[in-house]
Ligand binder design. Structure first.
Ligand code: ZN
Ligand code: FE
Length: 258
């Protein structure tokens, strides 16, 4: 989580059955940004309770469980999404692409193309508070299912996200961590970091607490989808001589059938 010196406050808002939306608030400027809008009511409730009004809505991808609340919540907020997906997103005030830098809540925010789950899925990275909104690309102990992109594209996206600073807070879109953990352990049972993390995940869930956001450094050590080029993981799945993208494709497929 961002430390006390962080220029912004981050609030995780559970929505629908297992989605997360995120609010970023800058007390100095009074601005508030929402990342993804699975449904309006729980987000509106947090805004009301805090006395915040949305200045921006950032959309990661076009699936209903990330955009359904936009129309009810926008009310003058600047709606930002991928130019490539403008035809299937709510009307955008700002269409962005890989490499664009925008200012959100007074924070420099970088746009990354992280296609794979969908084509046109983007992530938003705020380097100063060290937060990345990855939605259904990189997830806690997992990655999104490949609905539109190829395994090669998702592996490229994983490698891109892996270059962010290790302390980066990873805000992903769903509470899928327990099932991701069971899969990760099935293919990587000797991983001591993973064993420790699964204990934390299980106790958080038993206490009804979210396991999202997570920290990139922990994902690097324990998330199999970030480690398709790691000789130890290749060995664990019996693919020592296979190319990285082939290993990634195999573990993604094994997860689909898990
Ligand atoms: Zn999705
Ligand atoms: Fe989703």
């Amino acid at each position: 989580m961002p430390n006390d010196q962080s220029p912004v406050e981050l609030v995780t808002v559970p929505c629908l059955s297992d989605n997360y939306a995120f609010l970023v608030h800058n007390a100095a400027t009074g601005q508030t940004a929402l990342v993804d809008a699975p449904e309006a009511a729980p987000i509106a409730a947090v805004l009301k309770e805090r006395g915040w009004a949305l200045s921006d809505i950032l959309i990661t991808h076009h699936h209903d469980d990330h955009i359904d609340g936009v129309a009810a919540l926008r009310d003058g907020a600047r709606v930002i999404g991928a130019a490539a997906d403008a035809h299937r997103l709510p009307p955008l005030d700002l269409a962005v692409s890989e490499g664009d830098e925008i200012e959100v809540c007074g924070q420099r925010t970088e746009v990354l193309d992280v296609s794979g789950h969908t084509l046109g899925h983007i992530a938003f990275h705020m380097p100063d508070p060290a937060i990345a909104f990855t939605a259904d690309s990189l997830m806690a102990l997992g990655c999104g299912r490949l609905f539109e992109g190829t395994p090669e594209q998702m592996w490229q996206s994983m490698q891109k996200l892996r270059t962010l600073p290790p302390k980066t807070t990873i805000c992903s879109g769903h509470e899928y961590t327990e099932s991701n953990a069971r899969f990760a352990q099935s293919i990587d049972p000797e991983n001591a970091d993973l064993i420790l993390r699964i204990k934390d995940v299980n106790s958080a869930r038993a206490a009804g607490k979210p396991t999202v956001p997570s920290v990139l450094d922990d994902e690097m050590k324990t998330n199999p989808f970030l480690r398709a080029d790691d000789p130890l993981l290749k060995k664990a799945v019996g693919m020592v001589d296979s190319k990285d993208a082939v290993v990634f494709a195999e573990i993604r497929q094994r997860k689909d059938n898990f």
